[in-house]
Design a protein around this ligand. Sequence first.
Ligand code: AGP
Length: 607
Amino acid sequence: MCGIIGYTGHRPAVPVLVEGLRRLEYRGYDSAGVAYVQNGEMSVLRAEGKLASLEEKVAGVSHHLATTGIGHTRWATHGVPVERNAHPHVDNSGRLAMIHNGIIENFEEQREWLKERGYHFNSDTDSEVLVNLISEGMKADRSLPEAISWALGRVEGAYAIVVLDCTDPERLYAARHASPMVFGKGVGENFVASDIPAFLPYTREVIFLDDDELVELTPSSWRVMDVKTLEPVEKTIDHINWDVQAAQKGGYKHFMLKEIFEQPKVITDCFAGRINMQDMSVQLPELESLAAPKRLHILACGTSYHAGMWGKYLIESWARIPVSVEIASEFRYRDLILDEDDVVLSISQSGETADTLAGMRRAKEFGATIIGLCNVVGSSVAREADHVLYTQAGPEISVASTKAMCSQLVLLYLLAMHWGRQKKTLPDDVRDNAVKSILALPTVLETELPRLRTRATELSRLYSASHSFMYLGRGFQFPLALEGALKLKEISYIHAEGYASGEMKHGPIALIDPEFPTFALALHDELFLKVKSNLEEVQARGGRIIALTHPGLDLNVTDPWIIPELWGPLDSFMALSCLQLFAYEVADYLGKDVDQPRNLAKSVTVE
Ligand code: AGP
């Protein structure tokens, strides 16, 4: 998830671009760049790190004559966040500059094809391949829009691109497929961007581009075409009433809520290019050189630790690999028993959590192989691991982790299938079901989320006055119960305990009374009846119960929350959204600062 902007008009373009990138920094902030045409010359300025580094470069050159340009703020997916991987990328001829948001899944193949035709590459990115493909397309006497159409016909994956041609400086071309793109119609100027905040101070007249549409912009005109046929497409202009803050949150009240509703797309982005539909197999090229581990140690903190616990159940079941899940702040000081046959999987959204890093370094001292599973490209965990798997969830702004955990579960699901295939322990029918079901999950979740939020809101009104909460689950739902309790604690400040249901009678049941409600995960699986009897023990002590459950199950509790039944481990994704939404609605109802809870930081980089 990067931020892109294009401008053509009467103002000096570069200040408009830089300001626009500032308002898009929530989409990506590890490097940035602009390109503009001045006196017929293409100029490109790029910088690693926060936007301020680019502003320093921009301040050092004169660009006031340029009235057309493109800008990009990056969230790395392919290629670590360094200057040479920053956008815009220029084709080998120097004529075209392009910015890109998305992932080209078959870029390696296209790069080899271009290399055979004499192209060279200065970066590790999929985007530089695309701008050179467009350039190659122009060789066959195609116009620029025809070349863009031809090149996009050769790639698979998601893209939102803007192309600037220094021989035609006032004209911009932009196209999208499965990546957001909107353009703003001004007076004597036009804007295009990945999101509305970029140009909101200049115009509120916007046109949303749909998938496979290409737009041509000049200061005084715009036309939209079908990217394949270049036939014209009618578009309507919408008027936006939001302020910039609201627009950055996409109209949601908080980034946390926005990120919960982003989960269907995050699931798609996470398995993009990793599932081969021909043989229903999972492709994790990052691990091709690694044999399935004899023993696996999952190392993490907080929400990532809960994801690891969930992964343990699946990896042990599908790949028959013994898994221990370690709290990193304990693991790093323990008298470890590890050797070169051990594999350590470090899970971290930020990739900068001090305890997880220290645990990794200790494991390395024993010769263990380290796999980093993280969201931030180029982060310390990624750099220090022997192998890296990226969750591709995009930047997570809210301190309370939601979509990152969802993407961690997707990658652990794919990892269990990958090792299950390597070890031939995953039956074909389970594999086929696993592939079909996860491919269908984004659409199901997208449809259900609004309904889940309605029920979460209802229940939050009934339970926000509680001082304590017990969360219960068994099997896959035990780590989710821990996560539900953590979410409620960290954003609503209500005391909450997550427990394995079977542990209740060994002590915690003493806490149960009408003032101490229980949130139970009672889904339709082989442990349902066990959970049901635990809930009867709670009810017998006057405890009020919210129970997440499936249609047709005989469960008599205070407040059932019935959700659609999916398949096996995938029920956890729907359940996770419910737990996140309930905590969110309680915290919002109590007027808490949901995105920036007290005493918490997004990444815990100190001990
Ligand atoms: C979760 O909402 C919290 N922000 C926190 O528990 C977090 O999961 C933990 O600090 C680990 O962070 P990481 O995934 O970036 O390593």
